[in-house]
Design a protein around this ligand. Sequence first.
Ligand SMILES: Nc1ncnc2c1ncn2[C@@H]1O[C@H](COP(=O)(O)OP(=O)(O)OP(=O)(O)O)[C@@H](O)[C@H]1O
Ligand SMILES: [Mg+2]
Length: 302
Amino acid sequence: MVAAPEASHLGQGAGSGETVLRASGVGRAFRGLQALADYELDLQRGEVLGVIGPNGAGKTTLFNVITGFLPPTSGRIEFRGKDITGMAPDRVAKLGIARTFQNIRLFSRMTVLDNVKTAQQLHARAGFWETVASAPGFLRKERQLEERAMAHLAELGLAGFHAVFASALPYGFQRKLEIARALATEPQVLLLDEPAAGMNAQETTELTDFIRAIHHRFGLTVVVVEHDMSLIMRLCERIQVLNYGRTIAAGTPAAIRANPKVIEAYLGTDETEVGSRDAGDGRREAGDEPRAVEEISHDAIA
Ligand SMILES: Nc1ncnc2c1ncn2[C@@H]1O[C@H](COP(=O)(O)OP(=O)(O)OP(=O)(O)O)[C@@H](O)[C@H]1O
Ligand SMILES: [Mg+2]
């Protein structure tokens, strides 16, 4: 399993000077509703950026427009200098941006191993004629794919579950498997949408260590959306705050915590403390818990 690195790694990408993802004036409207407006991003290689904000602030919409699940209605998005505005999700994934979903999306009736194999195939899908013409070659590739998937699971501490159906995994491991699937596409940028949703305090701490470890191990640039402030404050060097689609603050965790606009945005939603959306026992309220495994279609991998 990947080892948690020293905390000092968090400085690794800060100020690397290389922009991997840039957004300029990005917006998304749904009929009359401006879900995201004038969004700006200059994401540096290696950094961990947190995006927070009350429910409905536009955080998931932001991930959807970056990854091609929704075209933006204004603005431009560049990945390593290439215009990816409105590009289809599979092309964005192939270029090197992977994401996870607020509601877990796994192939629930497939094993853990097969879930990872399907994600790996993003870069290595054999065509129909290649399969027909070269059965031995195809079988060899299948074996290689399986070995790589097993090695990937072992590295992430999931090998013991390789033969288990995704739907039978304990909840915390379903969340990890979703991240493992995203990593299997060999991304440079990983977008995590509420990875700790529905977890208790101990599970959240473990997940925070896991994200820190993969950030280090895979040399990733990470954007994480979360309501859990303990995770955000421990992981992120920089935080953006959205409210009603607009960026109302950006800065270091300490600056964000003390920002009156941020406090007001959360107080306006009956929160007593920035990010305190948990029920008293550390779990989010029942209605908020996205515990069900959502089935994904075969053409919507990663
Ligand atoms: N496909 C859609 N069609 C219409 N409205 C949408 C759609 N997706 C999002 N919205 C609306 O856009 C706004 C932003 O939603 P979004 O899901 O991005 O918020 P969020 O910050 O992720 O919230 P949460 O913390 O609850 O996940 C909300 O008012 C939402 O109802
Ligand atoms: Mg959301």
